[in-house]
Design a protein. Structure first.
Length: 560
């Protein structure tokens, strides 16, 4: 049977590899899925395999086992990936934006390569729209506004609005050669993927009357997520998406998921880290710069979108591995940064140990290795299949809290948790808030006419507060996780008896709701006893009462 994994041995390893891995001694291009070396042409090149073998202090037996895991982790990512491939035609029109006239030579060089080149001063450009292969530039010439179309743009020190568009490259950031390589590689056809999966049914922006969320669009560094304010629909432009995952880490509801490593795939992946310390390294980091030995039990985990990890991912990895996590990265996103602080505070309160370390060079990493302490007592597994982000985090955190009262942890600017308060004397149990809550944090319970709330799955969006028709009734408490059992369970927020219809005896509304409507309508109905009686009747009996009274009056009139 064709093996999926290939190990191209350039160093002469002196121990056997698992039988799932084909050992080759020269470059090859078999139909392999994962390789340790780009010359063993597989679909996925996993540089962390050689890195681990060269740097790890694990025993030979551990290495044999762990190398197999590293292949399997990559294979799992491939099997679960939900991305699709797309392409966009890219013509040869390039706009160079600069005031540097010495770039005439570059213009000539590009023309020789069959590019059509235009030069513009940055001061002439007002706006850039569209995407790679179809960019629209608005410019000012004297008092006139003009539109110019091009496929790609080379812009030295480009402003933020321009850098948000796909197809705009800044040689001041990429180096001239790097930027030119982009132009050349993209010419003809540009290939891209969808990195984001979106579930509007739990989105806190989608079709709401007022805007209570939009975090994803706020943190997106490009124009890949746009809010259509009129309809309250999110528009995703996959061609503009870099796949960084920043939106996923801040999405409170879990409406966004990463197609390269969906939540459920990550849950399976973390099983490979049982008993190991995960050293998370974004792909963009240069492994050759980590020149210290890896402490025994440390296993690299290379991730694509360096920003997509959120609290449910990281708590899963901590509780499955029983060890801290180390992030080796030069950048932590706003969402992931908030989550790291929150989890560290929680682990300090519970285990008096740090959960997640962040470093960006070997010296820092060596220091972290010296102080690493595991916490096997935190290990916990759940089946995450079918669960949403908040439900996963709630189940895991509740187990960690384990009946204690560990106080409160403040959440942050980008990660929101909280609670609500209901003034029961003002609540008529109209259940508008239940209809407003799309994550089932607020629920109606007909068995005892109660309104219940589970704080741990509430996204703190505040839409229930906006929707509640009563005054001084529902208040959202912002930005804190209460580490005690009641925060994780359904609490009764308001409860009432049912009022029975004066005519048919069927219960039809809560006592408070009937009393409230009666209090408003009684002065309007004056002494009209029939109308007053209808206030205490169900919808079916109201017209009957009115009709009966009408007929009686008619009959009286006739008999007179
Ligand atoms: S962050 Fe999530 S819940 Fe909020 S608008 Fe974006 S997709 Fe919707
Ligand atoms: S309970 Fe209120 S604040 Fe919490 S998610 Fe539901 S609507 Fe939003």
């Amino acid at each position: 049977m064709q093996k999926e994994y290939v190990f191209y041995d350039t160093v002469g390893i002196d121990f056997p590899l698992d039988e799932a891995i084909e050992l080759v001694k020269s470059p090859c291009n078999g139909d392999f899925l994962v390789s340790n070396n780009p010359d063993a042409e597989a679909i996925i090149y996993a540089p962390e395999i050689n890195f681990y073998l060269q740097q790890s202090r694990d025993t030979i037996a551990q290495k044999i086992n762990n190398v197999t895991k590293l292949y399997a982790i990559r294979g799992l990512g491939f099997d679960f990936a939900q991305d699709m491939d797309y392409s966009q035609e890219v013509g040869n029109k390039v706009l160079i934006v600069t005031d540097d006239e010495s770039l005439e030579a570059l213009k000539a060089e590009l023309r020789d390569e069959d590019f059509t080149v235009m030069l513009l001063s940055p001061s002439a450009i007002l706006d850039v729209n569209g995407h790679i292969g179809a960019l629209h530039v608005t410019l000012k010439k004297e008092d006139e506004l003009l539109e110019l179309e091009c496929d790609q743009i080379l812009w030295w020190n480009a402003p933020i609005f321009a850098m948000k568009q796909s197809g705009v490259y800044d040689p001041a950031l990429l180096g001239l050669e790097g930027a030119l390589k982009k132009l050349r590689d993209n010419k003809g056809e540009y290939h891209y993927k969808n990195y984001i999966n979106y579930d509007p049914s739990i989105c806190q922006y989608h079709e709401r009357r007022v805007e209570v969320c939009g975090k994803c669009a706020e943190v997106c560094p490009t124009v890949a997520i746009l809010k259509e304010d009129e309809t309250k629909h999110l528009a995703f432009s996959h061609i503009d998406c870099h796949g960084c995952g920043g939106c996923i880490s801040v999405c409170p509801s879990g409406a966004l998921d990463y197609t390269q490593m969906p939540r459920i795939a990550f849950s399976h992946l973390s099983d490979y880290f049982k008993g190991s310390t995960a050293l998370i390294i974004p792909h963009k980091m240069d492994l050759s710069l980590i020149d210290i030995p890896l402490r025994e039990g440390v296993l690299p985990l290379m991730i694509e979108g360096e920003k997509y990890l959120h609290e449910a991912h990281l708590l899963n990895l901590l509780q499955t591995s029983g060890n801290p996590i180390i992030f080796y990265t030069d950048f932590i996103s706003k969402g992931t940064g908030d989550v790291i602080r929150i989890l560290n505070e929680i682990f300090e309160k519970k285990y008096h140990k740090k959960a997640i370390y962040v470093c960006e060079d070997s010296a820092d990493l060596a220091r972290i290795f010296e102080g690493l302490e595991s916490f096997p007592e935190c290990m916990y597994g759940i089946n995450e299949d079918g669960l949403r982000k908040r439900e996963i985090f709630s189940a895991r955190l509740s187990h960690l809290v384990d009946g204690e009262d560990l106080g409160v942890v403040k959440t942050g600017e980008h990660v929101h948790y909280g609670d609500i308060k209901i003034n029961e004397s003002n609540c008529t149990l109209c259940l508008s808030c239940v209809g407003a809550c799309n994550v089932r944090a607020l629920t109606a319970h007909p068995e005892d006419n109660s309104l219940r709330f589970n704080a741990s799955i509430c996204t703190n969006c505040g839409y229930c507060e906006v929707t509640c028709p009563e005054k001084d009734c529902l208040t959202v408490i912002k930005d804190e996780i209460s580490l005690k059992p009641s925060w994780f369970s359904q609490r009764v927020m308001a409860k009432d008896e049912l009022f029975t219809c004066l005519e048919c005896g069927m219960p039809f509304a809560t006592v408070k709701a009937v009393e409230k409507i009666a209090a408003i309508m009684t002065p309007l109905f004056g002494n009209d006893e029939v109308k007053l009686r209808t206030l205490y009747c169900c919808a079916a009996c109201k017209p009957k009462v009115m009709f009966k009274a009408h007929m009686e009056n008619e009959n009286k009139g006739l008999s007179l």
